[in-house]
Write a protein that binds this ligand. Structure first.
Ligand code: CO
Length: 644
């Protein structure tokens, strides 16, 4: 162990040399922490040579698997005063792993680094893809680091581009992200260091940067930068900007710009945005009256978010036209008698230049009329909408131009879908479990009363009760192990598949067997084993599709429009052979016996329920939403930044 002792002495000397004696910020001091991820690699030695020549210090977030291949490089980096950190063993998206697997990714890497350096140390963590939640931070139990300048070096693989990105964004207190997997990153970074050193910048390790800024890095906390005056976290995030413009198509268009590292959340009722009440900003939206908008840039609700921006809007629109339909004729009225109404009948957006309403207009079934009003002293009104389905039913929130129009209109015309209130379909509202059961019940068209059910959270006078009795009696649902049904819980996509599948099975449709089809989805492991057969069959039949990134998203919800679309696709499948049994009252066909096929234990396990314990972070922080992040497996150094 003499070797280890020697290393320890050396290390102590190094640490002593590293720790500066000043704690307050010297005037004019300009510091940058440059960080290299994913290595070491064959290029790391060249990088270390270059850093040594320049007297620059860097921080290396190493993958355990690569550190094991280059132990001498790890040790050299450490001995030359660079900070050695962990980037997990082999770069998984930690938020998708079990706690045990997260722990093993970290401990395995730590021991590889310990062995290479010859000491028992604790290593700062950078979670791969910048993807983390509080659970990941807690298990790591060390300070964690994000970045504030992204050179996109893994993407460009071009030294000039690396240099330019670095130069254009780096400033005092920046944490710059690079990857020592590419020679272009090494040469671009060294050039940028030269330029910035000539401008008086000092390149220090992450530890030193925060130390000299007077920021004590806490365990289980993520840091982004050490910009002057920042606490390393929230105040480094740019406060959103809110702008407004009169929209010719009615109302006032609101645009919010936010910090590009996070997402913007907002409220329009003057409340301070929280995970519970805020909406995620996805693009300009329209308001139709006076209101107070509050917006916040969020990287993580619990720790990293901006100050709240407030914009009070004084806006008085003209009253919107009221549209009525009868016998092929649409009439419009406006409560302001001097208002002029403008309309379109093809579903396109009306503006103050559209046709002027002068009297009743004839429309065809399968068309959408939209109208707005303008009046002296008011802004343009909100747009009113009225769609007449081919079957002559009215929908006031579905446009013939919507992607789901045809299926939704067909479902309404067939009596499968009712509105959430008269003529209001709420296509973008989440579908609840009770809603789907009711739709299947209506689709079945049965009039017979089924045996009563006794779920602990369902009352016999609930609007969906008859449907639930029918669905239970026919094995389409059977609730959770704890005796609940959770009727008002949002359905998730694997439950949706299960129920549609069982309905098709009940009706005698030919269904593909086995669960191999689920393997087409990159996240097959997160599909409950009980549901894979259903997901496989319905995706084989193209009733359900995956997402653009190749995932299925089994725990994601579905909107009413999405669910209706799946259901109508299912109904368009080749019809099953007619029942062979001429006397169904005597002997029920064996396939109809619900107790045999869906075993209660394998259907809707309680763990599939939206139990609050499943989401420890309880925050809609953008980096935690796998659905929004690009597929992580494609690029070793791929960075997940969710733009608003
Ligand atoms: Co990485």
């Amino acid at each position: 162990m003499r070797k280890k002792l020697l290393s320890l002495l050396l290390a102590l000397v190094m640490v002593a040399a590293l720790l500066p004696t000043v704690t307050s910020r010297a005037a004019g001091e300009k510091l940058i922490a440059v960080t290299f991820d994913d290595g070491p690699s064959q290029y790391t030695s060249t990088l270390l040579d270059g850093l040594k020549q320049r007297g620059a210090k860097a921080t290396f977030f190493m993958q355990g698997v690569n550190a094991a291949s280059y132990p001498a490089v790890v040790k050299r980096a450490w001995l030359e005063g660079h900070q050695v950190c962990s980037h997990t063993y082999n770069h998984p998206q930690l938020t998708t792993l079990s706690s045990d697997n997260i722990r093993s990714q970290l401990t395995r890497t730590d021991s590889i680094l310990d062995n290479a350096i010859g000491l028992d140390l604790s290593y700062m963590l950078r979670p791969p893809y910048g993807s983390y939640n509080q659970n990941v931070l807690n298990i790591a139990g060390v300070p964690c680091l994000y970045w504030s300048v992204d050179t996109l070096d893994w993407k460009s693989r071009n030294a000039d581009s690396v240099y330019n990105q670095f130069l254009s964004a780096a400033r005092d207190g920046s944490v710059v992200l690079l990857h020592d997997l590419y020679p272009t990153s090494v040469s671009g970074a060294l050039r940028a260091i030269d330029t910035l050193q000539s401008r008086g910048f000092e390149f220090v390790t992450v530890d030193e940067l925060f130390y000299r800024r007077g920021i004590t890095m806490k365990n289980a906390t993520i840091y982004f930068n050490a910009y002057p005056g920042s606490a390393g976290t929230a105040s480094g995030i740019q406060t959103p900007g809110i702008s407004k413009a009169l929209s010719p198509s009615g109302g006032l268009q609101i645009t919010i710009s936010g910090d590009s590292r996070g997402s913007v959340y907002y409220t329009t009722n003057g409340d301070t945005p929280t995970p519970a009440n805020a909406q995620k900003y996805t693009g300009p939206f329209t308001v139709n009256g006076s209101c107070t908008i509050k917006a916040v840039s969020v990287i993580h609700w619990n720790s990293i978010r901006s100050k709240v921006a407030t914009e009070t809007i004084e806006y008085i629109p003209a009253p919107a036209p009221v549209l009525r339909y009868e016998n092929g004729i649409v009439t419009m009225t406006d409560s302001n008698p001097s208002a002029t109404m403008h309309y379109t009948t093809d579903g396109s957006v009306p503006t103050v230049s559209s046709a002027v309403y002068t009297g009743p207009i004839a429309v065809n079934p399968g068309s959408t009329t939209r109208a707005l009003a303008e009046a002296q002293g008011f802004g343009p009104s909100a747009v009113s909408l009225l769609t007449v389905t081919p079957g002559g039913n009215l929908m006031r929130d579905v446009n013939v131009k919507d992607w789901y129009y045809e299926n939704l209109a067909a479902a309404v015309d067939q009596g499968i879908l009712n509105g959430t209130s008269p003529e209001v379909m709420s296509p973008n509202q989440s579908l609840t479990r009770a809603m789907l059961v009711t739709m299947l019940y209506r689709l079945d068209g049965t009039q017979e009363a089924a045996a009563p059910v006794s779920y602990s959270d369902v009352k016999a006078d609930a609007w969906y009760y008859q449907a639930l009795c029918w669905a239970t009696a026919n094995g389409i649902v059977n609730g959770y192990k704890d005796g609940t049904f959770l009727p008002n819980a949002d359905i998730n996509r694997q439950e949706l598949c299960a129920m549609i599948y069982r309905y098709l099975h009940l009706k005698g449709y030919a269904l593909p067997e086995g669960e191999a089809g689920a393997n087409r989805f990159g996240d097959v492991q997160s599909i409950g084993s009980w549901a894979r057969e259903y997901v496989a069959a319905l995706s084989d039949l193209k009733v359900v599709n995956g997402y653009g990134d190749g995932t299925f998203g089994p725990k994601r919800g579905a909107t009413r429009a999405e669910a209706v679309t799946m259901l109508m696709r299912a109904m368009a499948l080749p019809a099953p052979e007619p029942e062979p049994t001429p006397e169904p009252t005597e002997t029920p066909a064996p396939t109809e016996e619900p107790t045999e096929t869906p075993e209660p234990s394998e259907t809707l396990e309680p763990t599939e329920s939206p139990a609050p314990t499943e989401e420890p972070a309880e925050t809609p922080a953008p980096t935690e939403e796998p659905a929004e992040t690009p597929a992580p497996t494609q690029e070793p150094g791929r960075i997940v930044i969710v733009k608003p």
